[in-house]
Design a protein around this ligand. Sequence first.
Ligand SMILES: [Zn+2]
Length: 421
Amino acid sequence: MRSLVPLGLVFASIASAQTPVVLRPARVFDGQTVHPGWEVVVRGSHIERVGAVGAARPAAARPAGARVVELPGMTLLPGLIEGHSHLLLHPYDETPWTDQVLHEPLALHVARATVAARATLLAGVTTTRDLGTEGAGYADVGLRDAIAQGIIPGPRMLVTTRAIVATGSYGPTGAPEWSLPLGAEAADGVDALTRVVRDQAGRGADWIKVYADYRWGPAGEARPTFTEDELRLIVAVAGSSGRPVVAHAASAEGMRRATLAGVRTIEHGDGGTAEVFQLMAAHRVALCSTLGATDATAQYAGWRKGVDSEPARVEAKRTMFRLALEAGVPMCFGGDVGVYPHGDNVRELELMVEYGMSAHDALVAATSGNATILGLDDSRGALRAGLLADLIAVDGDPTADISALRNIRLVMLGGLVVREP
Ligand SMILES: [Zn+2]
């Protein structure tokens, strides 16, 4: 993923604002279904028409002056929507998380994040929900805005700023007599939680992220942090400002409380039981399984994948993923990318398929599924007239082999070509 396209070339466009572009791939995946022999007409920043080549209205299908782009053998599909990224972190085998939080200057975080954002976009991710700056304050707000203003290339971002943790539960930790800067913002009880939710919203958060549990048990195990009442309060205060809540939760009890409190998505889910997944399914709470993060951190800890037998936590991840699928939980595509390299987002989709999901269903999760889960389905995640022209083309058919998503040939963001065949 070291395709360091010169910045001046990144926004080179094959379409001026009003010249329509007709994209002719071998097949179109519209977010749900594969259509061989379809084409897509883009005008300006939006999709004008999707349908069979030369169908009913040939004049409409081929607008005068249109530029036709042939994409032989390729699948054209909506740009991918990543549900769980950290553009302000970089892989932990380069620098451990604690050292990133405590020792890296804010400007270094941001400079790296601009490179991460470009790598993410060139890999076909046109929208990402970024779940916490982990010590980089509110830098995600400016990063989001710089991308939206066309100053730097990157995916459209939904941001959460600092995220909220219970006092005593989060890190980095040092000797007990020292209070170290945390990777998130601590708050407890009615007054402080109300204030912090409102403060993060006011500073630019699109979503509110809360840690419903953390590895702070007496033996270092995941245990609930906030009470169910505290979680309900967070959801109510965020909700009245129009913001949904996302919960980190890896224990069954943390997941249960977060689900009943009304969060929209749960991240990780490692200790999820059949019962708690049934509860999530009943409440339509989605799971971002972050298989990629577990797979990566196990390897950083010495696991030789494909050589050694699987560590217990990787086996547990396989088990919980199967239970979630069986319960009918809405499945988010969210890998915790940043723990592993930005631009390698497809790793999560490959693991979802390896752990039992069909390639077709994984592709739905990465497009229309995440659009629905994130409340964006009125603007993206599908190919139909009127939606944003956030499109990608790949060699091969990713509904047959999800790794075809690695063969990126074209990336279009709001009608601008940022990667050309
Ligand atoms: Zn994360």
